[in-house]
Ligand binder design. Sequence first.
Ligand code: ADP
Length: 581
Amino acid sequence: MLRRFRPYFRYLKSNRGTLFAAVFYGLLFGATNGLGLPVLIQYVFPLIFNTTDPHALSRNEVILTTAAVPMLFLLRAVTSFLNSYYVQLTGVRILEAVRLDYFRKLQLLPLSFLQRESSGDLLSRGIADSAQLQSTLTLIANDGVKQPMALIGAIGFLAWQAFTTDGAATVLVCLAIVPLTVLPVHYVGKKVVHRARQVQDQLGDVSAQLSENLAAAREVRAFGLEQRETERFGQATNRLITAQMKVVKYAQALTPSIELLSSVGIAATLIFAYYAEVKLETFLAIITALYLCYEPIKKLGYLNSELNRGAASLERLEYVLDEPVTITDPANPVPVTKLRGDIAFQGVTFSYGDSPALKNITASIPAGTVCALVGPSGAGKSTFANLVPRFFEAGAGAVTIDGTDVRAMRLADLRRNIALVSQEPVLFNDTIYNNLALGKTGATRDEIIAAARSAHAHEFIEKLPQGYDTIVGERGALLSGGQKQRIAIARAFLRHAPILILDEATSALDSDSEAAVQDALRQLVQGKTVLIIAHRFSTIRDASMILVFDRGEIVAQGDHAALYAGNALYKSLYDRQTGTT
Ligand code: ADP
């Protein structure tokens, strides 16, 4: 089981110093705990409770002798504190490292992976499962050393007693009970791993529903789904609780079982003690040492179930951490600075699952062309556009820019040459200024303001209470759709990229914004190779080239007049939009 965690001990390695401190104080604590108390009972107490000569000690001797008790507990307290402190410190550092690795991985994974997985579940893996892994790793690091030491200390004391004191038989009988307590530990461990996996899965489910619900807040209200959503969430939390209680049942049955077994051990010891005429202090010391044996065993049992829980979480983290990053830089990239923008698709096929979303697409879009992608929903327009910045990888065929396969360029070089304005631009919860500055690293304030002016955004930004320093709220919630669009357009201006991918908004903007956005876009597309996923025929009519998509294929190509006259699908789409029919 421990082997499972071996690759992850590298997280411990970078915290060697604190871990060493944790283990060192843990060992001291273990020794104080396992050995200290029995020694106290065996050697200190008899001096005080001396039945043959009650006043054999001087006053100073009494004070010195009894001082051993607080001294022992002081040592125990200090080592326990320092041990826990350093364990926690190691723990939070591991957590930080695991989360960072997880997050870093999420940045690299192909979009197709992120679209496939539920974001709530990915969230839960990053938060809850990494926390579980932290607790497991620190527990291994800590109790994995400390508890065996405490056990060895206590067993050592018992063995020593066995050889030096009368009643060795008693000791041996007591010791015989110890290995028996391992039985329930092993049995419970097997049960726990399976249940723990269920708990983490259910936890992922609960987060997934929560995040889905938050994302769909408007729909929930509009369709009156509040009750249904609450019930659905209630069911998910209920399944979570059921799974959690199953883990609790097994984990909590462990301690009582071990204690029950120990009480049998004590009873057996009493019988032997009676016949072997063992002295009370010897008996008490042995019982204490025995109890101190059970304690580490119990902890090790807990460690075992914690290991199982950790393994379940690890599995869920590895699902993401081990997912191959399929879209990567080539080994020998073609050097690229500024592209011209000749885009070509050569026999490109792409599928998300079984059926292809694009079938053997061949198209050529010369630099400087404003190309509208038209077709019914689901025809493959977005997929086509997404292949250019290599968000997805062509299954067959090749996408080239200026004659170079996009797979032969470094991702950063390729994407620096592409600007993107999406249908619903996402803004970060930051100032408008910083949101604009994303468009280009190292942009100056003048450049940013110039871009905002070109995008017709400057006027409304100036009117905001804090101007460019206004915080836009999560996902830009404080701005209207048209304003967000204009910020996104300004970013694209700033980027100065030869290729522009434009996903036109389907929902209507307010008429002021609409005019401003259209005007800004007209300027933005100047001199660029533009792919517009077009929903408005006003835009389409202005395009110099139109590709008509249907069920993953390009069925026609040309300008508006030619297509309207010669292509039935295009004509029907156009007429439906403009309300001619
Ligand atoms: P359009 O942009 O023309 O509306 P898309 O390119 O989005 O069409 O989709 C083309 C096809 O691929 C559709 O049949 C759609 O159902 C499918 N599709 C799109 N995105 C995904 C995805 N992330 N996973 C699975 N199938 C997808």
